[in-house]
Design a protein around this ligand. Structure first.
Ligand code: LIP
Length: 276
């Protein structure tokens, strides 16, 4: 499949600017929400409106392109299968819990895969006007400025990000707490920002040194993965192997050394079902 990635990035950039206004405007006050899989897995009307706006806008330019969107995936059909077709992987509001509370740390996350390879990534927090972009082979950018990871190699000097996740499942929570305890002892610092995509973008920016999470979905990490790698970082499976975007597991780090050190420290967890 041949795709004009430059054109795709331009279209996506304009659409997220437009959709971002919905988020920024609605973040001025706390939002009504509906629970999805449980009482801490949330969706708002803005999540649905933003996803619709992005998909309609992309379809107008690229009618043959496919989509895997967070809100669409929670419907009866479930997560669509990833094929070689150009596929946009979209989280309309990553950090919905933050958005519901008007905590100004939510973003739109958009990735485009062609032949299953991520060609572009865009993470945009319209409230604080933070825009992270990457094109495969062309570097990563923050508000138009080229960015690089920190280069940190040691966990003892690393600022690490992770999340509590969106389930209160006991086995999962036990692993989350165990890992937080380990990071509190071994890392320089630990931060929980409330958005997987923004956590990863902070690694790309060199502001954080690593991010890991069990339980994320493809739409949380598709863009962030490319942005981190184009900033010179690594993205692997938390157990140390190759990153698998459908496995719901991610470990991003400034260096391979740091990634491997963290993978050896982490208690592992295998969230089910996978995204495919
Ligand atoms: C969520 C993230 C949250 C993370 C979850 C999920 P949503 O996305 O914001 O921080 O722990 O795994 O990815 O549901 O807000 O789009």
């Amino acid at each position: 499949h041949n795709v004009d990635v430059e054109k795709c990035l331009e279209v996506a950039s304009n659409l997220v600017s437009e959709a971002g206004r919905l988020i920024a405007r609605n973040n001025e006050q706390r939002q009504d929400f509906v629970c999805k899989s449980n009482d801490i897995d949330l969706v708002t009307q803005t999540d649905k409106d933003v996803e619709q706006l992005l998909m309609d806008g992309i379809r107008r330019h690229f009618p043959e392109h496919k989509f895997i969107g967070e809100e669409e995936s929670s419907g009866a059909e479930g997560v669509k299968k990833l094929t070689d077709e150009p596929t946009w992987i979209i989280d309309p509001v990553d950090g919905t819990m933050n958005f519901v509370h008007a905590f100004p740390h939510s973003c739109i996350s958009v990735g485009l895969k062609v032949n299953k390879v991520t060609e572009l990534g865009l993470v945009y927090n319209p409230i604080l006007e933070q825009r992270f972009t990457a094109r495969r082979g062309h570097g990563a950018f923050y508000n138009g400025r080229r960015i690089h990871v920190s280069g940190q190699k040691e966990l003892g000097k690393a600022l690490v990000t992770s999340e509590f996740g969106t389930t209160r499942d006991e086995a999962k929570m036990k692993v989350v707490h165990e890992n937080f305890e380990k990071m509190a002892k071994k890392a320089h610092g630990l931060r929980v920002l409330g958005s997987a995509a923004l956590n990863m973008s902070m690694v790309a920016l060199g502001a954080a040194d690593a991010n890991y999470e069990f339980g994320i979905h493809a739409w949380d990490v598709c863009a962030g993965d490319l942005i981190v790698r184009e900033a010179g970082g690594v993205v692997i499976d938390p157990a140390g192997g190759e990153f698998d975007i459908m496995s719901r597991r991610v470990l991003a780090a400034a260096t391979p050394e740091l990634a491997q050190e963290i993978s050896k420290v982490l208690t592992q967890f295998n969230p089910l079902p996978r995204d495919d």
